[in-house]
Structures are given as C-alpha cells and as structure tokens.
Design a protein around this ligand. Structure first.
Ligand SMILES: [Zn+2]
Length: 175
C-alpha cells in the first residue's frame, strides 16, 4: 500500500475558495491535450506548460493551474502524490512530461514516484522514469517550520536546529 499524505501546510492556505477553481481529471492522453489546448500561451516551436498535480486515493490524476494550492486541487483530501508536472511540447504535440514532488502543502516523499509512474503509465503519458527534480521535506522539531531540504543540508532555515533524517512532516504531536 502506498502512503497517504494529508495536508500539513499552513491552515490559512487550506481554506477552499468560493467558487472552487476548476481542476481537470486526466484519464487518457487526450485529456492532457485538451488541457494544453485550453491554456493561454505564446506560440513558439518549443514550449513547456507547467501545472499543479495531485494523485488522489483512487489513483486518479488531477491538474490545476500552476498557481493553485495542491490542497485546493485535492479538495482538501489526502493524496498519494503531489507536485508539479511540465508538459514539453513540440509543434503543439506532447513530447514528454517532467515532474517534481514540490508540494509544500503535502510534503510528499521522493518515493511517491512509484505511484506517479504507475499512473502515468496507465494513462500512457511519456516520462523519463524518474523525477526531473525531487525534494525532501522535514518539519523542524524545535520550531515546527516546514523545511525544503537543499543539498542535504538538514538544518532548519529559521532556527538552525538539526532536522531528522526520517520524514516527519505530519508529526506535530512531538512538539
Ligand atoms: Zn526550526
């Protein structure tokens, strides 16, 4: 069983706006092409479009505008994976997808790639077989700040306390 991730970000970002911004479920490659066609963009030869994505507990892939919070895209629910997905286009055709697990709302672990790859393969979306960039997230045991780990620097950006090597973003009880 894949791990479920509940929203762990700031409470003020988890409120559902009204009306709810739209999201698109991707069931097949044609859904991506329809989503791409609906995005405003410059017309150049090489193009890249980036969206927010989440994979819900039913292994369904959802896209929302890149500026959307993942928790809004997930309608407040737990997810199996979350991050950003970029569609690399050539002459308006989808060539491949690049993904990251960058979601400071869910702080998913890099190992969520397993679920992501399973879903992309079932839809038939071309990918590189790994994250384009992957991130580690940790919650500071001293000040509760969520940290995005850069270059294996396991120290809190706010209070410089050492951060644990194990994923702990859901752990508020130890504070
Ligand atoms: Zn700290």
């Amino acid at each position: 069983m894949a791990r479920m991730y509940w929203y762990v970000g700031p409470i003020e970002l988890s409120h559902m706006p009204k009306p709810l911004p739209s999201r698109s479920q991707i069931r097949q490659r044609a859904d991506v092409e329809a989503w791409i066609a609906a995005q405003p963009r410059d017309t150049g030869k090489h193009q890249q479009l980036t969206a927010t994505f989440i994979i819900d507990q039913a292994l369904q892939l959802w896209l929302a505008d890149q500026r959307s919070e993942h928790v809004v895209c997930a309608r407040g629910a737990a997810v199996l994976a979350a991050g950003e997905i970029s569609f690399v286009l050539e002459a308006n055709r989808l060539i491949y997808c690049e993904l990251t697990n960058q979601s400071t709302g869910y702080c998913p672990e890099p190992t969520t790639w397993t679920v992501v790859q399973q879903v992309l393969d079932s839809i038939g979306l071309p990918h590189a077989g790994a994250w384009a960039t992957s991130y580690e997230f940790r919650r500071c045991p001293a000040c509760a700040m969520l940290n995005l780990i850069k270059e294996h620097w396991f120290f809190c950006a706010v209070c410089e306390h050492e951060l644990p090597r194990q994923w702990n973003c859901a752990c508020l009880s130890s504070l």
